[in-house]
Ligand binder design. Structure first.
Ligand code: 26W
Length: 889
């Protein structure tokens, strides 16, 4: 057995000690298990309504890190310190004080903001632990295992406080210590263990599963460095390593007792077990240890606590003493470096496969550790691995963990002695696969040669699975070469490569897309032939977002308004938001709704000033496009329209233009040259427009650096307009579109991904749709010279492109943007030119709508009122029922 559990006996006391790597932690177990914490608000009932209803004290609105300027001392001085006598507050205050002293080793006088954050998180974590330990004792009938290479969770403090009903208690406890909660929240680094949509979806799903009571584990990698930090140097994106763990992570429990060996390379031997029964055994050349680190995920009202288990890679031996003693001090740790590299950094691309060996090592590393862990748990609880499908449902988040198909087979065959048929039955009744993209460059394939070298046993298993799969085609009379080539797990057309999507599809019980359109396109395009073989397999599960984070936490003002209008039930049942429809034209309600937005726009204006130096007017229309930078998402369409608008304003400077602020945020993959050039163009256009006295504040352009979950929380409640303008058929779903609409931004969008379902829910009169639909895109792409014709037919587009190409925005380098304009003129794969005029029309319609405030707010309120279906609680219920077959209480 190449992979065995190193230790089984959990050493609880050790497990529960908070780790603060990089710093000797002074742990006082007595203080850490302070009995007082038991009398906290957990036992005292939830003051949720009060938490939401009580207006935040001045200056303690949710803040973004750049806004947190008040130092602890200043914050202390600004607040009168009135000791409380309330039990919950006193208990928490004392718990925080104890953590500060005995875990962090600081006094209130010497503590930095970051120390207060750690002490607060540790004190709250204690309150989570009780529920956690209680959950561990129960064996649920079925658990969900969500395998994802990415979990883009952001900050956890607000989430934890809110779901435990302890926001006000914490605020008061800290205030009595002279510390401002907003400042403490701002000191938490974002856990940016993901790139974008797929990673954030995994985080929303984890929160929803805990909130609706689905027993679940998330499995991923504990990257030392999450998504890179983005800065701008003269408008060019620069990347710097992100260091979220530099001062430890107070939320996590290191679990050295849950460590597994992960093998790589080596060879496979055969032996005869009995007559005719051959056993193959893998002998890896190298092994790496996967050590569990658990982050508790608290559900709404603290009912369920699930676990996000992240694996850290460690070497078998920290140092080769022989080499060290021989004087080779670097060589002595080379092996360790190679092992630890696996969990060192998140791959920063979500648009094309890196195709590098380290990526495949990451994928196998976390998949194998997770499967070993869950199989061990199952056997410990149920005795027989054959009943795995009855008690476990595994969800593969995209193809990144698709190696689970041969790995689960290997574990069942080698470690548990199952027959091939039994192992295949267990595998294909436990695994499920979610597809998140149909873009060809993002569909994973691995060279057979690399797989054979790194995972020789898995490659054998894949060959055997494929052989049986293709044999079955022959039996069904479908043995023509074209059909076999299309359904084969191996692509023979560009060298021999394993198609991870096909492997995941074939090894899963259910395969899902993430919006109605996307699922339909899966059936019609990439998986058409596999779909024809098993028409029941593909199902749709439209994405969702957790309202706790994206409404309650991000927008407490709007939440308070909803609660005051509809009652606190709206916190538990988002469908009740529908009641706001009745207030869409109620002047008093509209005034309050508008005031909430205004407050958030003022706050965002400050963030914009702090980070870019640009002054914007909060009464202008805030037009927001926040997402990864990718050609198919068409930030360039937005920038070209900005240039056209700039030209229009310049040619008629005295016209009554609707004031607009175009706000961009998003990162480009470091190697994605074209995307980085789009960022630079936005920056150069911003410089020209913002400085032009003719424009006089009627158009401002800002690119906020280092877009993150926390920045999204600051931008989304302040947005008036949401840009969802991808080429139809290319955005699988989108989830930012849901967050913005829920918070009352109107969408300008194409009929793509979940935009279509958003239109169905909010009503066509409350969304601005433009451009070609997916069928139109397909037809138009087939026309020769479509871009040339579109530009020819649109003088406005032609003029904007000419201006960019002329070097007007880059006088120091006139040809800088030729790669963009040449591409639009000659190729335009994303049909920007074809959609331009209709986009312009929609934007001018939006200008007119903005000038009718009553009409605008009515539409905004209808958006908030009608988005309940997009709660990830709904998504999770659908998965539970139709994919996982998990019964909900
Ligand atoms: C291997 C490189 C790579 C890495 C990640 C390719 C593709 C990905 C992801 C599948 C890209 C991604 O994040 N897709 C997004 O998933 C969201 C959640 O379902 C959707 O809302 C977005 O539309 C989709 O682009």
């Amino acid at each position: 057995m190449p992979q065995t559990r190193l230790h089984t006996a959990a050493t609880r006391s050790q497990d529960h000690q908070p780790r603060t790597p990089g710093r000797p932690s002074r742990i006082n177990p007595e203080a850490a298990t302070d009995a007082q914490r038991r009398s906290g608000a957990l036992n005292g009932g939830f003051d949720v309504l009060n938490e939401i209803l009580s207006p935040p004290a001045a200056g303690v609105e949710k803040t973004d890190d750049a806004l947190v300027t008040a130092g602890t001392a200043a914050a202390r001085a600004a607040r009168p310190v009135v000791p409380s006598t309330g039990d919950a507050v006193v208990d928490l205050r004392e718990a925080i004080r104890a953590k500060l002293a005995y875990v962090i080793g600081r006094t209130p006088e010497t503590a930095r903001e970051r120390d207060w954050f750690a002490a607060t998180a540790l004190a709250l974590r204690d309150r989570i632990v009780d529920a956690c330990l209680a959950a561990e004792k129960q064996v649920p009938n079925k658990r969900v295992y969500y395998l994802s290479l990415e979990f883009l969770i952001g900050r956890l403090l607000s989430d934890a406080m809110n779901n435990l009903g302890l926001v006000e208690t914490t605020r008061k406890a800290l205030a009595e210590l002279g510390v401002d909660l907003g400042t403490v929240e701002g000191a938490e680094p974002d856990a940016a263990l993901g790139n974008g949509g797929l990673g954030r979806l995994a985080a929303c799903f984890m929160e929803s599963m805990a909130s609706i009571g689905i027993p679940a584990y998330g499995y991923g990698i504990r990257y030392d460095h999450g998504l890179f930090r983005q800065s701008f140097e003269d408008g060019w994106q620069r990347e710097a390593p992100e260091t979220w763990l530099a001062e430890g992570n107070p939320w996590e429990f290191a679990r050295p007792a849950a460590t597994y060996r992960i093998g790589f390379g080596g060879h496979v031997t055969m032996s005869m077990v009995s007559e005719g029964v051959i056993r193959r055994t893998w002998h890896p050349a190298e092994t790496v240890r996967a050590v569990a680190h658990d982050v508790p995920v608290v559900g709404w009202r603290g009912k369920t606590v699930n676990t996000l288990r992240l694996w850290k890679a460690e070497a078998e031996a920290p140092v080769d003493l022989g080499q060290f003693n021989g004087g080779d001090h670097v060589g002595a740790v080379a092996n360790r470096m190679r092992a630890e590299a696996i969990s060192r950094v998140l791959y920063p691309s979500d648009s094309s496969t890196a195709g590098q060996e380290l990526r495949l090592r990451q994928e196998y590393f976390f998949t194998s550790a997770s499967l070993q862990d869950l199989v061990l748990r199952h056997v410990a609880e149920r005795g027989d691995v054959r009943s795995l499908p009855d008690h476990a449902a595994i969800q593969l988040n995209d193809t990144h963990p698709a190696i689970a198909v041969p790995e689960l087979m290997r574990i069942l065959l080698e470690d548990h002695g199952l027959t091939w048929e039994d192992a295949w039955h267990v595998t294909t009744n436990t695994l499920n696969y979610t597809n998140h993209t149909l873009l060809p460059e993002a569909l994973e394939t691995w060279p057979v040669e690399l797989m054979e070298r790194l995972l020789p046993r898995h490659m054998q298993i894949i060959y055997l699975i494929n052989w049986m799969h293709l044999e079955a085609q022959g039996k069904d009379g479908k043995s023509d070469a074209a059909h076999l080539a299309s359904v084969s797990l191996i692509d023979e057309s560009h060298g021999r490569r394993v198609r991870m999507g096909h492997l995941a599809f074939h090894g899963s019980r259910r395969v899902n897309g993430v919006s109605a359109l996307h699922t339909e396109l899966m059936r019609e395009t990439v998986f058409a032939d596999l779909h024809a073989l098993e028409p029941e397999k593909i199902v749709n599960k439209t994405n969702g977002i957790t309202f706790r984070r994206w409404l309650h936490n991000a927008n407490p003002g709007l939440t308070r308004l909803a609660v005051e209008t509809l009652g606190e039930g709206v916190l538990d049942n988002p469908e009740l938001l529908r009641g706001l429809d009745a207030y869409a034209e109620d002047p008093a309600f509209v005034a309050r709704y508008a005031a909430v937005r205004r407050g958030r726009k003022e706050a965002l204006a400050e963030v914009i000033y702090d980070r870019t130096g640009v002054t914007v007017d909060p009464s202008a229309l805030f037009d927001v496009q926040i997402k990864r930078i990718h050609e198919y998402k068409r930030q360039l369409l937005n920038v070209v329209e900005t240039v056209a608008l700039y030209q229009a304003i310049k040619s008629e400077p005295h016209k009554d233009w609707t004031p607009r602020v175009k706000i961009f945020g998003g990162k480009a993959a470091p190697s994605y040259t074209q995307a980085k050039l789009i960022i630079k163009l936005a920056a150069d256009v911003a410089r020209a427009v913002n400085d032009d006295p003719d424009v006089a504040d009627r158009l401002k352009v800002v690119f906020l650096p280092n877009y993150s979950v926390s920045l999204a929380e600051a931008i989304i409640p302040a947005a008036d307009l949401s840009e969802q303008i991808s080429t139809a058929g290319m955005e699988a779903s989108g989830t930012g579109n849901m967050k913005l609409a829920l918070n009352g931004a109107l969408t300008v969008g194409t009929l793509d991904g979940a935009n279509i379902e958003i239109r169905d829910h909010v009503g066509p009169e409350n969304i601005f749709i433009f451009g070609l639909d997916a069928a139109g895109v397909r037809a138009r792409s087939a026309e020769p010279h479509y871009a040339r014709d579109a530009i020819w037919n649109s003088p406005r587009l032609a003029a904007a492109l000419d201006m960019i190409a002329s070097g007007r925005f880059s006088p120091e380098e006139p040809n800088r943007f030729r790669p963009l304009t040449d591409d639009l003129r000659h190729r335009d794969q994303y049909l920007l030119t074809c959609d331009f005029d209709d986009y312009w029309r929609a934007q001018r319609e939006i200008d007119a709508a903005w000038n009718d405030p009553k009409g605008w707010w009515k539409r905004a309120i209808h958006n908030t009122a009608r988005m309940a279906w997009f709660s990830s609680d709904r998504s999770m219920r659908e998965y539970a029922e139709e994919i996982w077959r998990v019964k909900l209480a």
